[in-house]
Design a binder for this molecule. Structure first.
Ligand SMILES: NC(=O)c1ccc[n+]([C@@H]2O[C@H](COP(=O)([O-])OP(=O)(O)OC[C@H]3O[C@@H](n4cnc5c(N)ncnc54)[C@H](OP(=O)(O)O)[C@@H]3O)[C@@H](O)[C@H]2O)c1
Length: 353
């Protein structure tokens, strides 16, 4: 029996994880946490708000599923990695913001870091513990979001309602906006760099509108492995929670003869500058990825509240990145300071936009 702690139990990932745990006799939900929605009775131990690591200490889980949204998920990521408890990671923001600190914690703790993001789960399965030198390059696919094919002019007046209408995935509001700006793929690029130890020039992003191919890995011998399946987060959630078992899920196998379309295009970096900004922030390293993430969180919240236009998200992030020194974080205090500075600068920018 695997003891599961689910942090972020009321969200899109959290609800799907509850379904997976309930259907699997080898998984036992021992603890669940939410940010503000009451969840009494959902698990033997529950917590709403406050520091979820207190709950984790009491729960003694075998695996923690971090399904919190945003930088708020960082203490959960560090708690699991530091203690050698398996971490099923949906909360990409924590690895983007604190990649070096998280990998150092994993080095000390020795636990497994199992990606839940569908692209990274796919790449993890294609790479299968092979060494970095056997891998030529990694390709992450992007649906392109609801505004694929539009020009900058077309995006001047789009509303939060327009941006929340994602063509292939049903997700929480923050990641849905990130998908519309391509910031989600930017975060995933940085996440992949830390997860797989590949330099940025060996990680490519391509637009693939039907979201059937989740990732591809090219190897040095000329072979390319791809991971295909219907877009359904229950697959990577189940894979991470039951690893290495690959348990059954309710998701049907892919039916190729019914007319699956596999098209790939280069992303439009001019219309969607958040992807290029992420690549630059990742390549510059230090706390630039942390700044990128924090500025994006603030700008997305401002957009959803009607305080910033859609195109203002990327401008606000770009301005904040230009205003910081990006010095590496020696510890969590340094990182928290970089996160707070980025939030303050972006709030100030959004207030005058
Ligand atoms: N949704 C997807 O399909 C998908 C796919 C790939 C990756 N991800 C990643 O998975 C994460 C979650 O996404 P989501 O779409 O599930 O988000 P969501 O629907 O907005 O849910 C977020 C969850 O986090 C909880 N939460 C927020 N702040 C918290 C805090 N301080 N302490 C404890 N819990 C807190 C929320 O609780 P309340 O309900 O009480 O606010 C909620 O349960 C994100 O990092 C996202 O990028 C999501």
């Amino acid at each position: 029996m695997k003891r599961v702690a689910l942090i972020g139990a009321t969200g899109s990932i959290g609800r799907q994880a509850l379904e997976i745990v309930a259907a699997h006799p080898g998984l036992e939900l021992v603890a669940a946490a939410s940010g503000s929605t009451p969840i009494d009775g959902l698990a033997p131990l529950t917590q709403t708000g406050g520091d979820p690591t207190e709950l984790l200490e009491r729960a003694e889980p075998d695996v923690v599923l971090n399904a919190v949204v945003g930088f708020a998920g960082l203490p959960v990521t560090l708690w699991a990695l530091e203690r050698g408890v398996d971490l099923a990671l949906a909360n990409k923001e924590s690895l983007v913001a604190a990649g070096d600190l998280a990998l150092a914690a994993q080095g000390r703790g020795g636990g497994r870091l199992l990606p839940v993001d569908s692209e990274h789960s796919a790449a993890f399965q294609c790479i299968e513990n092979r060494t970095e030198e056997q891998v030529d390059s990694l390709v992450l696919t992007a649906s392109g979001g609801p505004f694929r094919g539009r020009s900058r002019d077309d995006l001047e007046d789009v509303t939060p309602q327009d941006a929340l209408a994602h063509p292939t995935w049903s997700m929480g509001p923050k990641i849905t906006i990130d998908s519309a700006t391509l910031a989600n793929k930017g975060l995933e690029l940085i996440e992949a760099h830390f997860l797989f130890g590949l330099p940025y020039e060996r990680i490519e992003v391509v637009v693939h509108p039907t979201s059937i191919v989740h990732a591809l890995v090219r190897f040095r011998d000329g072979a390319t492995l791809a991971h295909l399946g219907y877009p359904d987060m229950r697959v990577p959630i189940s894979y991470a929670l039951t690893y290495p078992e690959r348990a059954a899920t309710p998701v049907p196998p892919l039916d190729l003869a019914s007319g699956v379309t596999l098209e790939f295009q280069a992303p439009d970096l001019e219309t969607f500058p958040m992807l290029a900004l992420a690549r630059t922030a990742g390549e510059r390293g230090g706390t630039y990825p942390c700044t990128y993430n924090a500025a994006n969180e603030v700008a997305v919240a401002a957009f959803l509240e009607g305080r910033l236009p859609f195109l203002g998200i990327a401008s606000a992030v770009e301005e904040t990145l230009a205003a910081v020194d990006g010095a590496p974080a020696r510890d969590l205090d340094d990182l928290t300071a970089a996160d707070e500075e980025a939030r303050r600068l972006t709030e100030k920018g959004a207030a005058v936009a």
